[in-house]
Ligand binder design. Structure first.
Ligand code: ADP
Ligand code: ZN
Length: 607
């Protein structure tokens, strides 16, 4: 039978239909054209080169800087019955020889290569003797000096065009911005290539941003109510907090592991492996954890501290839900975060200009936290994407924000900051406003100020919320040198003069426990199906362990969920399930059918 893109999609990968622009990209490549693909994480970039490589004659060469992932990528392809291999510095000499021989014999469909390896004369000579289907340049933004992941090796990849003019090339990235896109086109000689630019929305991720009140309680409530037994990442700013949070989660009965740059390389690797291979591990980590995490079933990303920019926030939350199933991104942020980040920035080595730039990025992040309309619209707009309607799947859409006229209180707070000399932090200001009787206040004579005790209408928590919003709106700024002292900015003038009213967001009451209802189906299964679900997962884990691979390489959650819903009884019915291709049907079909038959209720005999 003739191999078409659709037949490969269905038989090898077990999926029924292409997503978004996949089909157009694949057809273009199959016809021998070049392509530039910008697609968000989880959009399905891999199929865009894997399928053409299988349809066209010869080997598809995939260039990727993520050496640590190559083994996993190759394992996952082999699970599908695809002949895959890789060449990088981790291989022994013998293994290299074997792979090279297989390539020349035409026995490899997909070959992953690190860029520095590809550029060696020996490799280039080898490739010119092999039959090649295409070159795929993954993480193509690495060619741009603007990005964070610049690799000088990538600059030399234009050699492919000169040495292999007849072989189609496809460059892929999830990085959005215009400048990087132009760089990729120019530096890789892809100005003639067709561009396929998808929107950057991740509709399956539910964004939630809440004021930090009792962070551990808030985290626990979320985990218990919505994420029991699921894999996720909890980001913290400091190593110490990572350790403490991981310990505490373990005490609460969760399978949690710490990850930060202070741990030995060995331990980090071991924890990363457990995160990939075991079900339901929670990784508590600093931002050192993330680059190149290819786990599709991360169900949540929680930030216990404020990320320092929207770019960082989007990248970190983007690690959730690559498989397209519902996932949650929850951020808890508070006043202390702003002070802490400001201080870290002031201590960093960068030039003044650089620091100002970082400050602007932090301000944009704060702005996102305090907005009262759809988070997703704001996020996408920041990246130059327009979402015409509110999304219905973020906290502000699900639970419209309550606002109040805070003009009067704001004026009290601003004048209190002014009268205490613009050098005290939030706690002190609140003490003055609420008329506390403290030694410190007396020492500075602040109990005699006209603003002493004028703020009893609000609780301490409410005042913190007001001050936080004033910083976010730019009416107050945090002194970076000192200890979080607050001072007025130009923007205060119209407010103090009574020319401007201010509407503030009312934070949820601390006691409040309901969470927004999910727009998408919850990731949890219903109670009646629970035993069968557990049995399917246990079988998956056992099969994965036997081969030393990750459970998701056997079947994704989505596939198990579909088995649960359809309860296939024959191999033919099993083949209909999304994610069950020919190779997996052969290897695992019977075993899963047996579990389904065993655990499902026996039919009631008639008569
Ligand atoms: P990216 O590299 O863009 O982040 P992947 O290529 O890893 O995304 O794909 C994300 C997930 O979507 C994978 O689990 C993949 O198997 C799945 N997927 C991709 N294309 C399809 C499709 N057409 N139908 C069903 N699932 C798909
Ligand atoms: Zn929304």
């Amino acid at each position: 039978m003739e191999k078409t893109p659709l037949s490969v999609l269905q038989q090898v990968f077990g999926y029924d239909a292409f997503r978004g622009p996949q089909e157009a990209i694949i057809n273009s490549l199959v016809q021998g054209n070049d392509a530039l693909v910008l697609m968000p994480t989880g959009g399905g970039k891999s199929l865009c080169y894997q399928i053409p490589a299988l349809v066209r004659d010869g080997t598809g060469v995939v260039i990727s800087p993520l050496i640590a992932l190559m083994q996993d990528q190759v394992d996952a392809l082999r699970e599908l019955g695809v002949r895959a291999g890789f060449l990088n510095s981790t291989l022994s000499f013998d293994a290299v020889r074997q792979t090279e021989a297989a390539l020349l014999a035409g026995e490899i469909d997909l070959l992953y290569i690190a860029p520095e390896r590809l550029l060696q004369d020996r490799t280039l000579a080898l490739l010119s003797e092999a039959r090649l289907a295409l070159f795929a340049i993954d993480e193509a933004h690495c060619v741009s000096q603007w990005g964070h992941d610049f690799r000088s090796d990538y600059l030399r990849l234009n050699i492919l065009q000169e040495r292999f003019p007849a072989i189609p090339r496809i460059a892929l990235t999830a990085t959005a911005d215009q400048r990087t896109r132009l760089d990729i086109q120019q530096r890789l000689g892809l100005t003639e290539a067709e561009s396929f630019v998808s929107g950057f929305d991740r509709p399956n991720i539910q964004y939630r941003i809440h004021a930090k009140q009792t962070p551990r309680k808030q985290l626990l409530a979320f985990l218990k109510r919505e994420a029991e037994g699921q894999a996720g990442i909890v980001y913290c700013l400091s190593r110490k907090k990572v350790e403490q949070t991981a310990d505490w989660l373990v005490q609460q009965g969760f399978n949690a592991l710490p990850y930060h740059a202070g741990l030995s390389a060995e331990m980090r690797q071991q924890h990363q492996k457990r995160f990939l291979r075991e079900d339901g591990v929670i990784m508590v980590a600093t931002i050192a954890f993330g680059m190149g995490i290819d786990k599709p079933d991360v169900r949540f990303v929680v930030h216990l501290d404020l990320p320092k920019s929207i770019e960082a926030y989007y990248q970190e939350t983007g690690r959730a839900g690559r498989d397209g199933e519902p996932a949650t991104a929850m951020l808890l942020y508070g006043f202390e975060d702003v002070v802490k980040l400001r201080q870290m920035m002031a201590q960093s080595q960068g030039s003044d200009e650089h620091q100002r730039y970082e400050q602007q990025r932090l301000n944009a992040m704060l702005g996102l936290c305090e907005i009262t309309h759809c988070r997703r619209q704001a996020l996408l707009r920041y990246f130059g994407d327009e979402l015409p309607e509110p999304c219905g799947n973020c906290d502000t859409c699900l639970e419209p924000v309550d606002t109040w006229d805070g003009t009067e209180e704001v004026r009290k707070a601003l004048s209190c900051v002014y009268r205490t000399g613009q050098r005290f932090g939030a706690n002190h200001i609140i003490d003055v406003l609420r008329g506390s009787d403290s030694e410190k206040l007396r020492r500075f004579g602040h109990h005699q100020l006209s603003t002493y005790g004028i703020g009893l209408s609000l609780s301490t928590t409410e005042w913190r919320s007001v001050l936080r919003q004033l910083v976010a709106n730019g009416l107050l700024e945090v002194d970076p040198e000192g200890y979080g002292g607050l001072r007025l900015t130009e923007l205060c003038r119209p407010v103090l003069k009574g020319e401007k009213t201010l509407h503030l967001r009312r934070d949820a009451r601390p006691v409040k426990t309901e969470t927004p209802r999910r727009a998408a189906a919850p990731a949890a299964v219903n109670e009646a199906d629970q035993p069968l679900w557990e049995a399917l997962r246990a079988l998956r884990k056992q099969l994965a362990d036997e081969q030393g691979i990750a459970p998701f390489m056997v079947f994704h959650d989505r596939t198990l969920r579909e088995m649960l819903a359809n309860k296939p009884r024959t191999l033919d019915e099993m083949a209909e399930v999304s994610g069950v291709g020919a190779a997996k049907l052969e290897h695992y079909g019977e075993a899963f059918l047996a579990v389904l038959a065993e655990t499902s209720e026996a039919p009631v005999p008639v008569g």
